[in-house]
Ligand binder design. Structure first.
Ligand SMILES: Cc1cc2nc3c(=O)[nH]c(=O)nc-3n(C[C@H](O)[C@H](O)[C@H](O)COP(=O)(O)O)c2cc1C
Length: 198
């Protein structure tokens, strides 16, 4: 893969909330977790562990405990036959943490995982709005793990359009179910040598 392809892949990543019902090959997920594992880690403590759920019964049981696209709720929810086919739960092993630096580890590892998955054509949505107590009970996650986030997974069945914005950052969906994602303009976020208010 050349440089241009890597950048295009990263730029093309969007949060997917409508999924085809095609199963994901487990060996590809293992490769993606391997890339997540190699992400930067504050003090190199590496407190993150990963629980992958792809058994249909469990996947369906997880779904009610996730919230989607808060600005346009319920319009952004996965439709009945377009729900995720798997989830990755990102767990923080409390036996290994001494500060809240692990939050940065999660950011780096999740993005590594998400981009790796996309390199296999697998779409994803990073989820913080999850019902942690219910998920802990459902998935039997021991107390010495914090449930940080979930990553919903599956092949995308949704069209996304990025729009440049200066102000309004709220995403929306049109009547054709295309998902529009405003992104701040590069000139408004990139400062070279000095800060100029634009
Ligand atoms: C830390 C974090 C938490 C998020 N939590 C949720 C969530 O709970 N539900 C959801 O539908 N999307 C969630 N998202 C996805 C964001 O809504 C999405 O990244 C943002 O709207 C920009 O769209 P894009 O990812 O397509 O570029 C989350 C993203 C991040 C980085």
């Amino acid at each position: 893969m050349n440089n241009e392809m890597i950048l295009d892949l990263m730029k093309s990543r969007r949060s997917v909330r409508q999924f085809k019902q095609t199963p994901i090959p487990a060996d590809q997920i293992e490769n993606c977790i391997n890339v997540a594992r190699l992400a930067p880690s504050a003090k190199n403590i590496q407190p993150l562990e990963y629980l992958y759920i792809d058994e249909k019964e469990k996947v369906d049981a997880v779904f009610p405990f996730c919230k989607w696209a808060g600005y346009i709720d319920p319009k952004g929810n996965p439709e009945k036959d377009k729900t995720p086919v798997a989830y990755l739960f990102v767990l923080v092993n409390k036996n290994h943490i001494e500060s809240d630096f692990f939050k940065y580890d999660v950011g780096a590892a999740n993005e590594n995982f998400i981009i790796s998955a996309l390199s296999y054509g697998i779409g994803s949505c990073w989820l913080l709005s999850i019902n942690r107590p219910k998920l802990r009970e459902l998935l039997n996650i021991p107390e010495h793990y914090n449930i940080d986030s979930a990553i919903a997974l599956g092949y995308s069945d949704e069209k996304h359009v990025v729009v440049e914005t200066e102000h309004d950052i709220k995403y929306w969906k049109d009547d054709d179910k295309t998902f529009f994602v405003p992104k701040r303009k590069v000139l408004n976020v990139y400062h070279k040598n000095k800060i100029e208010i634009k």
